[in-house]
Design a protein around this ligand. Structure first.
Ligand SMILES: [Zn+2]
Length: 296
C-alpha cells in the first residue's frame, strides 16, 4: 500500500500540472482525430463565450478593499474626489480600485489583436492573440489581449494582459488598463467648422510605433471616426466624435497600430498653447468638460 501511494504521489503532480496548464478552451468534442494541432485551435463556440463575458467590466469590491498606498487611503476616505488630483500631481496609480471608486461608470472593450487559425491565409480577427511555446510535454499556449477603458468624456486607459488562459489574461488587461488611465485634450480644430464645442482633436498629432505612423486630423462635426477600426474603439471611449486620420506602415501589426494611436492621444497633452488660441479652438482638457456637463 505504501509503495502504491508513493507511486501515485510521484505520478500525480505531473498529470495535474498538465491538466492545469491546458486551458479550458481546448475542445475535444469537435476534432479528436486530427492530432496535436487541433487541440490548440480555439473554436468559435469558446470565443463566443469569452466575448459574452468581455462586455461587463470586472467590478472590484471597493467596500472590502484595503488600500496599501497613501493615495489609495485618501481615495478610500474621500479626501481625493477627482482623478485629476492624482494625474496632475504626476503621481502613479498603483491600485486599480482607485479608478473603480473615482469612475463609477466606466465603459470597456477588448481590441482585436489576435487571429484565429485558418486555412488559405488566415482566419478572423480575435480578441486574444495566441502564441505557443514548444516544450517536452507539448505545445504550451499563451493568450495575450489588449483592453481599453474609458468614460467617453476625456479619460482613457489601455493595458495588456498575458496568461495561460483567456479569462485571467482578460482580467490582467483590464487591471493594467485602469492603472494606465490618462487624460486627453479635445477641441474643434477644423476650419470648416466653427461650433465651439469639443468634439474633435484641437490640432494635428502624430505618433509612431514600429513602422506604423498614426496621424489624427481635426474634422468638422458629423464626420464620424474616419480611422482604422481598433483605433476608432479607443477614440470612442476617449470621447472624440469626429476625426480624420492617416496611417502609414504595416497596419496589420495591430499592436503597433494601437500603441501609436495611444501615443498620439498622449501627445495631445504635450503641446503648450496660449490663452487666446485655447479660446479659438474651444479647447478642453478632460476636467473642464466634466465641470461643464455637471453645471448644465
Ligand atoms: Zn466643430
Amino acid at each position: 500500500m505504501v509503495r502504491k501511494a508513493k507511486k501515485e504521489e510521484t505520478a500525480a503532480p505531473e498529470t495535474k500540472e498538465e491538466v492545469a496548464s491546458v486551458p479550458e478552451i481546448v475542445i475535444k468534442e469537435t476534432t479528436p482525430s486530427t492530432g496535436v494541432e487541433a487541440e490548440n485551435i480555439v473554436t468559435e463556440k469558446d470565443i463566443k463565450e469569452v466575448e459574452k463575458e468581455r462586455k461587463p467590466l470586472q467590478k472590484s469590491n471597493t467596500e472590502t478593499w484595503v488600500p496599501k498606498t497613501e493615495i489609495g487611503e485618501k481615495v478610500k476616505t474621500g479626501e481625493i474626489t477627482h482623478i485629476d488630483e492624482i494625474l496632475d500631481a504626476g503621481k502613479k496609480i498603483l491600485e486599480f480600485q482607485m479608478v473603480d471608486m473615482l469612475f463609477p461608470a466606466l465603459d470597456s472593450d477588448l481590441l482585436m489583436i489576435g487571429q484565429s487559425k485558418g486555412k488559405f491565409g488566415g482566419g478572423k480577427r480575435r480578441a486574444f492573440r495566441q502564441t505557443q511555446k514548444k516544450t517536452k510535454e507539448g505545445n504550451k499556449p499563451k493568450f495575450t489581449t489588449c483592453a481599453v477603458i474609458g468614460n467617453r468624456d476625456g479619460y482613457v486607459g489601455m493595458g495588456y494582459g498575458k496568461a495561460k488562459e483567456t479569462v485571467p489574461a482578460r482580467e490582467k488587461a483590464f487591471r493594467n488598463a485602469k492603472l494606465g488611465i490618462f487624460k486627453i485634450r479635445r477641441g474643434c480644430g477644423s476650419w470648416e467648422c466653427n461650433c465651439k464645442t469639443a468634439h474633435s482633436v484641437p490640432y494635428r498629432v502624430t505618433a509612431k510605433c514600429g513602422s506604423v505612423e498614426v496621424t489624427l486630423i481635426p474634422a468638422p462635426k458629423g464626420t464620424g471616426l474616419a480611422i482604422e477600426k481598433e483605433c476608432a474603439k479607443i477614440l470612442q471611449l476617449a470621447g472624440i466624435k469626429d476625426v480624420w486620420s492617416k496611417i502609414l506602415g504595416q497596419t496589420n501589426t495591430k499592436i503597433n497600430t494601437i500603441k501609436a494611436c495611444e501615443m498620439a492621444l498622449k501627445n495631445l497633452m504635450t503641446t503648450r498653447i496660449d490663452y487666446d488660441t485655447k479660446q479659438k479652438l474651444s479647447f478642453t482638457d478632460g476636467k473642464i468638460v466634466r465641470e461643464a456637463t455637471v453645471s448644465e
